[in-house]
Design a protein around this ligand. Structure first.
Ligand code: DGL
Length: 268
């Protein structure tokens, strides 16, 4: 049993926490949402790197034995530095373009992610390793994260913005869409409404949690000694709201866990 930190710019990483509680229920978790600063995706690389490092150091100081950077943007800009500075396993998340290239039938793949992720060296280095017959239609999702943060994932406003972003992906004939931001799995319903059921949606949360599980096993921390886990929700904006959003957005039954919420303090 381990204390695991899960960090995102806001509520997006709840999609990863949901999967972590499903695959690895008998651990304790701290979920840290930097919602006061969301969205990260349009901020500078230096700002994202410095802030992500400060928050991961905070999680380590709280006793976390492993950290999941449940944010594609923070992973792209900061994971190398965070791994260099922390002596615990740090697991990141990146857009699933590699599994998409293996699963596509027609080679046309849409990628919806933040501006910072799509511009990053990490993303472009990975893209350069993929088969040249695959065509990637890259689209930034500016404005979607604030709508999800505001609890409007299923609103008309979100549907309209999403329709605009998905149009080039649909027009190109994509058979696969990579959800390259951890907030976007919460748009599944809206995406299905716009693109139908046949498009293959790629979300890497299962693979990320499998990776976490391997790292915990290496540390011999996978021993389960309790029936239920505790989850502490920490927010830089509104802890009560974060807990409410977790209830609303996550599919796991949070009532089975000991829950706590508090404001982030001491990190600037
Ligand atoms: N959830 C994030 C990601 O996976 C961050 C989005 C944002 O804050 O712009 O990229």
């Amino acid at each position: 049993m381990a204390l695991i930190g899960v960090f995102d710019s806001g509520v997006g990483g709840l999609s990863i926490l949901d999967e972590a509680l499903r695959q690895l229920p008998k651990n304790n978790y701290i979920y840290l949402a930097d919602s006061i600063n969301a969205p990260y995706g349009e901020k500078s690389s230096d700002w994202i790197a410095a802030r992500s490092l400060a928050l991961c150091k905070y999680l380590a100081s709280e006793g976390c034995e492993a950290i999941v950077i449940a944010c594609n943007t923070a992973t792209a800009e900061a994971i190398h530095q965070i791994r260099a500075e922390l002596a615990i396993p740090v697991i990141g998340v990146e857009p699933g373009i590699k599994p998409a290239s293996m699963q596509t039938q027609n080679g046309i793949i849409g990628v919806l992610a933040t501006e910072a992720t799509l511009k990053s060296d990490k993303f472009n280095d990975l893209l350069a390793t993929l088969p040249s017959h695959c065509q990637f239609i890259k689209q930034t999702g500016a404005g979607l994260v604030p709508l999800i943060e505001a609890g409007k994932a299923d609103s008309e406003e979100t549907l309209d913005l999403l329709a605009k972003y998905l149009e080039p992906i649909q027009d190109a004939g994509s058979d696969t869409l990579v959800l390259g931001c951890t907030h976007y799995p919460f748009l599944r319903k809206a995406i299905r409404k716009l693109l139908g059921d046949s498009i293959n949606l790629i979300d890497t949360s299962e693979a990320v949690v499998r990776q976490l599980s391997k790292q915990l096993a290496l540390k011999n921390n996978a021993v389960e000694i309790k029936d239920a886990s505790s989850v502490t929700f920490i927010s830089s904006k509104d802890a009560g709201m974060l807990l409410q959003m977790a209830h609303d957005l996550m599919s796991i039954n949070l009532k089975l866990h000991d829950l706590d919420s508090r404001m982030l303090s001491g990190v600037r």
